[in-house]
Design a protein around this ligand. Sequence first.
Ligand code: FBP
Length: 339
Amino acid sequence: MEHTRRPTLIEYVLSQQKAHPGATGEFSILLTQIALAGKIISRELKQAGLAGSLGLSGETNIFGEEVKKLDQFANQIFVRTLEGSSMVCIMSSEEMSEPAEFECDQVGAKYVVVIDPLDGSSNTDVNGNLGSIFAIYPKISKGPRGSEEDLLQPAANIAAAGYIVYGPGTVFVYAADGCVSGFTLDIGYGEFMLSHPDVKIPHKGRYYSVNESYYSKWDRPTQMFVDYLRGTDSGGAKPHSSRYSGSLTADFHRIMLEGGVYLYPGEIKDGKKTSGKLRLLYEAAPLAYVVYQAGGLASTGSHRILEMKPTDLHQRVPLIIGSAEDVIVAEELNRKRGL
Ligand code: FBP
């Protein structure tokens, strides 16, 4: 009897690379380096309660947020792993106020990476789902060194993007060349094995993920959209079911597989609408690229995330992301209410 087995991540990436005759393999190595960081973080999370890595680090970041030990650990692992790849000239992280530049010579590092090393910080100490989010851009600036110009590119320029979910299992999902594929970590092999080939998000969804405790602070179109999702104002359409885990990555993964919409809207403060909590570069743009490759959409309500040109490394944006039909309902409500 012939024993077949699933391809590993590197085998799959190399098979996809055949579609690019000029490819040098650097991109494949970089993707597997990011997966390596995910394996190291996954192992640390699984024993964090025993290893003393739960709780606060005692430090505060430039946004005045208290930094968790695991946030710091995850960030350090990504910095070290990306530097070690010698494929990256500059990287930026949600956990770092300034980008990190890596030694690179004339010919070397032609990639730029942005990351949210550990998403879902409120879940770290309660064994809740967590995630990492990444995007890889080509270097566009002249000269050997990377610059802010390389980091502030629109998501449409992304070469590949993805996320890692740390839940009951650890799943690595990446999008490139119009295809989204998922790999589950086989802890026996220590390898990510293909488990979700060619993911396509359902056009219309079953679930919605939003922190409804902010309802009173939202503008009218946002409230009307959530009323529609709840079925209280959907003209009899079957309501979506509410799921909010505290981790964008975990909620997004469910929506990618089963359809629906995640939103983190802005709030009305002093008559003005804020930009919400999520970062364009590290959260919204990478996931917008992934959902788009799978047939979904990502919007601020009035602008498509993929077309947005970032103006600041830590810029925040309202986010509505998921099944195309659901996102379009939200955009239409915004358009109708003239916002
Ligand atoms: P972090 O990257 O700091 O974790 O922030 C993002 C996030 O944790 C999302 O994963 C999650 O959906 C949301 O914020 C939860 O925010 P809130 O507690 O305001 O609902």
